[in-house]
Design a protein around this ligand. Structure first.
Ligand code: SF4
Length: 371
């Protein structure tokens, strides 16, 4: 699927990077009713028009102004890989400057979850993560984040055979969004927060906030900012070790925001009181997978309203890090279960197409190099 006609080299901004309030302001500045903004949003997000201003009913002079001033979706799907095991699809997405990111669609009963990228590369350098080896190349802007979901919906609508194979209705579209692709979303909090505003707008994607999850390695400045803007968005916190010295070795971000400050911040979150938090713990053989590590984790999260997802490591590239044995995995899970916490072992989807957690790497882009 190729979408390139939305690029307008003379344009000053992208329609798909604008919130409804921005589009209303755009209408008012031109001198037409702000009511047109809702129609434009509906055309762009519900009807999937590449150029929403070509819809009938818009004043012709304003439509012409939009055509000159606005860009449309300025990213495109470069290639796609469908998992033979679980129907997941990994997409390589080309940005307007030729750089590549990845997104993953995951079909489940009655829902389709889209895992989005928020950065090209990532500055956090977690040792078990392919993206982390690239370093940060650049942030995605709002239009590039929103454009991924727009492209995903277009792709779904054009693939009846994929919907049928996954027992989904023809009308199915993306129902859940997780910011767990390339990048640390809270290191790009402005674009991510604006995209969530568009995803949850009733005239936009119209997704409930509980259907959007933002994963973070523990970027506390970004976390505070995010909950100020979207206090009820779901948060997934990657802990991966409850021992500071060990966590710093596998997640350098821990040197800036160690466990004590992380937990202190989590305790103050409004989401913590209401929805609870998701704690993600990637289990790595011989690194963080003993029963002792499980007890440390239980101590760390004492008093927090959390659910714990244990994710056995997906080994990547030449790394010596390995997946834990089944016995160690079960012993770790059972220890947490005994403490009364909700705990699940999650196996990443799309393992045969390199789409699993920590495996995301934009393979096509030689300049660069997953919750
Ligand atoms: S796991 Fe997430 S935060 Fe860590 S390096 Fe990878 S993308 Fe960045």
């Amino acid at each position: 699927m190729t979408v390139t006609s939305g690029v307008n080299p003379m344009a000053t901004k992208s329609f798909f990077g604008m919130t409804l309030a921005d589009v209303e302001g755009h209408c008012r500045d031109f001198g037409v009713s702000a009511m047109h903004a809702r129609d434009l949003f509906r055309s762009g997000y519900k009807d999937g028009l590449l150029k929403p201003w070509t819809r009938p009913g818009l004043p012709a002079r304003y439509a012409g102004f939009c055509e000159r001033e606005l860009s449309s979706v300025n990213i495109r799907i470069s290639s796609e890989f469908v998992s033979q095991y679980d129907g997941s699809v990994k997409f390589i997405v080309e940005l307007s400057d030729g750089r590549m990111v990845e997104m993953v669609l995951m079909p489940e009963a009655k829902r389709v979850t889209l895992c989005l990228s928020s950065q090209v590369g990532c500055a956090q350098a977690c040792v078990f993560c392919h993206t982390g080896r690239m370093g940060l190349v650049r942030n995605l802007d709002t239009a590039e984040v929103v454009g991924q979901a727009w492209l995903a919906n277009q792709w779904i609508a054009s693939r009846p055979e994929w919907l049928k194979a996954n027992r989904l209705p023809d009308s199915q579209r993306v129902t859940n969004i997780v910011f767990m692709g390339m990048g640390e979303p809270l290191d790009n909090v402005e674009a991510v927060a604006r995209s969530i505003t568009i995803f949850t707008d009733p005239y936009g994607f119209n997704l409930a906030k509980r259907r959007i999850s933002v994963s973070t390695a523990g970027h506390l400045d970004g976390l505070r900012e995010m909950v100020k803007i979207h206090p009820d968005v779901r948060l997934a916190i990657s802990v991966h070790s409850a021992v500071d010295s060990e966590r710093s070795r596998i997640m350098p971000i821990n040197r800036r925001w160690p466990l004590e400050s992380l937990v202190e911040t989590l305790r103050e979150l409004p989401t913590q009181r209401e929805n609870g938090l998701l704690i993600q713990y990637t289990l790595i053989a011989g690194v963080n997978d003993s029963v002792g590590h499980a007890r440390k984790l239980i101590e760390l999260i004492a008093g927090l309203n959390v659910k714990i997802n244990i994710i056995p490591l997906n080994p990547v590239g030449p790394s010596r890090l390995r997946c834990p044995s089944s016995a160690d995995l079960e012993a770790f899970r059972d220890e947490i279960h005994k403490s009364g916490h909700r705990v699940m072992v999650r196996y990443s989807k799309g393992q045969d197409i390199g789409a699993a957690c920590g495996q995301l790497v934009a393979q096509v882009n030689a300049t660069i190099n997953a919750p």
